[in-house]
Design a protein around this ligand. Structure first.
Ligand SMILES: [Zn+2]
Length: 144
């Protein structure tokens, strides 16, 4: 039952992610299943990401239980970070994206960095650091 809820709660975003993954496939990319996520990458995705405005470019992005990446190597490099976002989707469900965007907007209005200072990003970075270097993680996860 708990497993079903983990997948149903963020389902609206997963459906959007599947739509995006279908576009990746149509652009010549491929899919793979890893750690509870469908990962889509390759094809012309990297070229299209490169055409986005600098502030919108990404190496990978998580949309529900779907992770989109430029290529397999990029996905391997950022998988741990994106898996934290996947867990955030499981926790927040349909409210994750509004909460993420609200946090970014609040930070921007206060003159801070909407991406780097976003608490969801900080948590993802901290969790990856914790897995690699626990001492650094403790320094970066202090409550402000
Ligand atoms: Zn992130």
């Amino acid at each position: 039952m708990l497993l079903i809820c983990r997948y149903l709660w963020p389902m609206p975003w997963t459906l959007l992610g599947l739509l995006a993954a279908g576009c990746v496939r149509a652009l010549g990319g491929c899919w793979q299943c890893r750690e509870g996520a469908i990962e889509a990458h390759g094809g012309r995705v990297a070229a299209l990401c490169g055409r986005l405005p600098a502030s919108m470019r990404f190496d990978a992005i998580t949309i529900g239980h779907v992770i989109l990446g430029k290529n397999a190597a990029t996905l391997a490099a950022v998988r741990a970070h994106e898996q934290v976002h996947l867990r955030q989707y499981e926790r927040w469900g349909p409210f994750f994206v509004p909460a993420y965007l609200a946090a970014s907007a609040w930070l921007w209005l206060r003159g801070r960095r909407p991406y780097r200072d976003n608490p969801f990003e900080k948590q993802a970075c901290a969790c990856v650091l914790m897995a690699v270097q626990p001492a650094i993680c403790e320094a970066n996860t202090k409550v402000e």
